[in-house]
Design a protein around this ligand. Sequence first.
Ligand code: CA
Ligand code: CA
Length: 216
Amino acid sequence: MHYNTLVLSVFFIFGLLLTSGMSYGYDRAIEAEMADTIEAPMIVADDDAASGGQFIWVEGPPVTGGGGEGWAEYNIHMPEAGTYALWGKVIAWDGNSDSFWVTWQPADPDEDAQATQNTEFRWSVAQSAEWHWDRINHWLDGGTFEREWEIDAGETTLRIAVREDAAMLDVIYITDNLSEDEAEVNPRDPGPEDSLTPVEPQDKLATTWGKLKAGR
Ligand SMILES: [Ca+2]
Ligand SMILES: [Ca+2]
């Protein structure tokens, strides 16, 4: 190998190492039920199998139909500019309960996707009746693709809006690891490392499906 080529190669490999060492530096998990605002008919519900014992949804049996009303919004401070992916821990029973609308401002516009039906913001959720992780994608008319967001440091607003009733959301995981491989990203439930600022649990909103039904 020519000396100059060798030097260039060494620099290139160091550059790769530096780049890979600098990314994957940020991750944060948020309980879905810890939203800053939850708009009915989306509610917090109890499930022992869910992280924190709670999740959010619009209640309903499988094959419910309906949807398009209610949302949860999260005011999230991002400490560093970067490119981020979102994962959701979800349950989606069937084809009638397997989607949400997702906008993350300011990378996304201040747009009410429930009103505009803009497929850029339509998340097709992987189906399973057990809690599982699904990377937030957009389900365009031409296909479904994983999403990523260019986010500046500062305040952001993430909105998860109901598209189909009965889709369930337990945890939101934010990462700058853009791999589509779940094993590589290893999304996780919230832990002590996520409690950068105190968060008030939304006990007042907590309810159970059974309690709600009884009250009707
Ligand atoms: Ca569907
Ligand atoms: Ca939860």
